[in-house]
Ligand binder design. Sequence first.
Ligand SMILES: C[S@@+](CC[C@H](N)C(=O)[O-])C[C@H]1O[C@@H](n2cnc3c(N)ncnc32)[C@H](O)[C@@H]1O
Length: 394
Amino acid sequence: MNKLPEPDAAGKKHSAKLCARIRRRIARGGGRISFAQFMEDALYAPELGYYAAGVAKFGADGDFTTAPQLGGVIARCLAVQCAEAFAELELTDGDLLEFGAGSGQLAADLLAAMDALNATPRRYLIVETSAALRERQRETIASRGYEERVRWLEHAPREFCGIVFANELLDAMPAARFEMNARGRACELGVCVDAAGNFAWSRGEELPEELQRRIKLHEEETGAALADGYRGEIGLRAEKWVRDTGARIKRGALLLLDYGYPRREFYHAERRDGTLMCHYRHFAHADPFFYPGLQDISAHIDFTAIRDAAHESGLATAGFASQGAFLLSLGALDVLAESHDNDGDLRGQIARAHEVRTLTMPQGMGELVKVIAFAKNCALNLRGFQLRDRSGRL
Ligand SMILES: C[S@@+](CC[C@H](N)C(=O)[O-])C[C@H]1O[C@@H](n2cnc3c(N)ncnc32)[C@H](O)[C@@H]1O
């Protein structure tokens, strides 16, 4: 923790305001709140939360880099997949709906890539909770001349036909935390204020039976009991989002790219402190209490739970793979080869090679980021899962 850079005075003031708000909520809650509530406030409290306030966030000047910030390769590959899926769905003019569009980079790149494939979506829709980011998306998209083609919605349409997708959305949704006790039961892990006035962890009541069963089942399947003090996350909000969004899809696909694992790896007995990941000025660490409001907080995804939630809303699994396998199936290397063929710009070629490596290699995002796809009222044979489909591991 010592090596994290110090925020400037304005940043500290901003964070102090948010901390005061969270402390008041803790006092109202009788001395503790759930971690999901803490994460909700830290990321989304109006005007002060990390995503609600107008700080930089993505890319070199921000705190972390997502795949679309690296360049256009992910958009090129997704365009191939979406164009094929629209053709299979016989929705040649279907809608694309992106959730949590961040800086708007992926939307702009994807529109360009789909135009190049003559597969322009009828409408490009975005649902984005952060007003500051909606503004940033508008600017990015307008700077590419696509402002007439994109519409921002409050919610997914009630009956949607087309493709819904999101990159790194679910891991930014508030997650519940638990800690195992000596009786082998999972207890809610909340947040309190310690004697020095700092945020601290506070073990609360045992979780409801339904969630105990989920963990017991996992322990039985893997033959590894979670030890006293083991901490983990349960992405209840992400699961609810999948159920709600799935229910709104009338015919089409849901495609999600995110950090995470199938459950057997997610609650790995050796990962004793869960999967929380925080980013501040490109330093990754696991302390969500570091200057709330100034850093990103994320929790990896239990893709087995996401699969179960999707099935509850009538979606069927259409594939599950690492991001690396998914993008390679969709021709990430062809994009690289093209950049060698088409331009003599050595710097550009090196940057593209670096981008493809980061997106596909296990040391980069290639293995830790997974892609899961679902279909409703149609059978989809998605090219992204041609090289490898690991649905059986969920
Ligand atoms: C980690 S960022 C990823 C941004 C972008 N997809 C990318 O890859 O660069 C998460 C994004 O999801 C948005 N978000 C979080 N919860 C949301 C929700 N329930 N509905 C829509 N957007 C949401 C955040 O405001 C932010 O834009």
